[in-house]
Design a protein around this ligand. Structure first.
Ligand code: HEC
Length: 105
């Protein structure tokens, strides 16, 4: 009986921990495929004036997307990128950053 209670408590804690890190890589991938792939490419390598997204960590991607969303000028081609970040939620950004930093190395 005591073991059962401990197991249930353990599962509940694991669930909470999972929710605290709510980034969803597959949701990020879905969104990337819909909204970002045309410019940054299927493997994130970019082309021409569209920068490569490979080898970046999630913090860097998050910060950049927040800057574009806020309308900050980042580089010479911010005008091409900013409209695609304007409507992202914090959750979208977390999911995209998780996907980009996991899959594009
Ligand atoms: C119309 C083409 C286009 C689309 C679509 C697009 N981007 Fe971009 N992206 C760019 C360009 C151009 C830049 C460089 C902008 C600058 O000079 O500041 C950029 C920059 C970035 C950067 C910063 C890269 C760095 O090295 O600092 C990130 C991160 C990024 N894009 C992610 C995304 C994500 C995620 C999406 C989908 C939601 C997306 N982009 C959609 C063209 C695009």
């Amino acid at each position: 009986m005591k073991t059962q209670v401990l197991l249930v408590t353990g599962a509940a804690l694991a669930l909470c921990a999972a929710q605290a890190h709510a980034e969803d890589v597959s949701a990020g991938k879905e969104m990337y495929t819909e909204s970002c792939v045309h410019c940054h490419g299927a493997s994130g390598r970019g082309m021409g004036s569209f920068p490569s997204l490979t080898g970046q960590d999630a913090d860097y991607i998050t910060k950049r997307l927040e800057q574009y969303r806020a309308g900050d000028r980042v580089g010479a081609n911010t005008g091409l990128m900013a409209p695609h970040a304007a409507d992202l939620s914090d959750e979208d950004i977390a999911n995209l950053a998780a996907y980009i930093s996991t899959d594009f190395q």
